[in-house]
Design a protein around this ligand. Structure first.
Ligand code: SAM
Ligand code: SF4
Length: 360
């Protein structure tokens, strides 16, 4: 690696220009950068990987994000909403398999019945698992009051990707109305921090119109926002979405993947104490994409424990992996995958973000 690049990393000289340069690294220099990300993780956080059992409990959504396969206007998606019993069953599965935490994710809804339902579910999950299961929510934009209410009922982490920190690009990826407002999304992230959550965000990597400059700014955004956890991964196209018409502007898949790895490694170097997820979208491009993300600095994995008969309907993008497998298959397959890269599952632990405790 050239000495200037080493110098940037060793002096933590995280300017936008430097980050842009580092994001473009490929070949031997990239290998070295990824190795440095992985090493920083092992030195600062150890080799445990924390499990969050992911329950994609409903694909009903009131929003119309241009990139997402389950957007409201996609009439070809068969909509589903799991029963409370099925969600509780999945929570019990996570608890019994020592996953430590659960992520409840769905399309965005904010009607009072939905808010109340989540509130009751949180209380039930807490009581059925003796308060032992950590709960992360990923239910989109809600009022500050709703965030507070769900926090009091037992959720303690929340994931809300900013998708891109560039307001103008954000507007190219979403309809231009008050339901898809960049400033509101930012406000939601502030509300989450204020309500006491470990707050997670992230971006899609390689969306049409995005450049390395945008991604360098995204890294600085996450650092400046003092974010506690991050889930980010490559954008994967879906034919039944408006963004698909920009097919001629697509980044090559391999570029999206390699840039995603650099994003993980750089963020780990910039923020050693946060949690970073190895996302499913990484595995969509490369069969061992999540393992590569972990070797570059990711320390969280989100095994899908959604009952498999509904998994194929939560298709944010095409060729999403593991849509045919049951939760047990995922569980066995994952521990073997971790072992192969010398990492160990952080069983029975919440695996909280250390950054959160320094920040608060
Ligand atoms: N509805 C909630 C929200 O949007 O925050 C949570 C569920 S949403 C499906 C979770 C994430 O999926 C989004 O934040 C977005 O980054 C990601 N996603 C959606 N469509 C995608 C695509 N085509 N490729 C990659 N990621 C995608
Ligand atoms: Fe709905 Fe989330 Fe998909 Fe946007 S990304 S359409 S809010 S599920």
């Amino acid at each position: 690696m050239k000495s200037t690049i080493r110098n940037i990393i060793s002096t933590a000289d995280w300017t936008a220009e430097n980050l842009e340069k580092l994001l473009a690294l490929r070949g031997e220099e990239q290998k070295e950068l990824l190795g440095m990300g992985g090493e920083t993780l092992l030195n600062k956080r150890g080799n445990e990987v924390y499990y969050r059992g992911l329950v994609e409990f409903s694909n009903v959504c009131t929003k119309d994000c241009y990139y997402c396969g389950i957007r409201k206007s996609n009439r070809n998606t068969e909509r589903y909403d799991l029963s409370d019993d099925a969600i509780l069953e999945a929570a019990r599965f996570a608890h019994e398999h020592k996953y430590g935490s659960l992520v409840l994710q769905s399309g965005e809804r904010d009607d009072p019945a939905f808010v109340e339902r989540i509130d009751q579910l949180l209380k039930k999950i807490k009581s059925e698992t003796n308060g032992e299961l950590g709960i992360t929510l990923s239910l989109g934009e809600q009022s500050a009051e709703t965030y507070r209410r769900w926090f009091e009922s037992g959720a303690h982490r929340y994931l809300l990707r900013i998708e891109t920190s560039d307001e103008s690009l954000y507007h190219q990826l979403h309809p231009n109305d008050e339901k898809h407002d960049f400033k509101k999304r930012l406000q939601c992230l502030r509300d989450l921090q204020k309500a006491g959550y470990q707050t997670g965000t992230g971006v899609m990597i390689g969306v049409p119109g995005q450049t390395l400059k945008h991604l360098a700014a995204d890294l600085l955004f996450m650092k400046n926002f003092d974010i506690d956890m991050v889930g980010m991964g490559p954008y994967i196209e879906h034919e039944e979405t408006p963004l698909y018409v920009k097919k001629n502007q697509l980044w090559p898949l391999q570029e999206r993947f390699l840039t995603s790895l650099n994003m993980v490694a750089l963020l780990r170097l910039m923020m050693p104490d946060i949690n970073i997820a190895a996302t499913t979208a990484m595995q969509t491009i490369d069969p061992v994409g999540r393992e590569k993300a972990m070797q570059a600095g990711a320390n969280v994995i989100m095994p899908n424990i959604t009952p498999s008969n509904q998994r194929r309907n939560y298709l944010l993008y095409q060729n999403k992996p593991c849509t045919d497998e049951g939760a047990d298959d995922c569980s066995n397959c994952l521990s073997i995958r971790l072992e192969m890269i010398g990492r160990v599952p952080g069983y029975d632990q919440w695996g909280d973000s250390e950054h959160f405790f320094r920040r608060t």
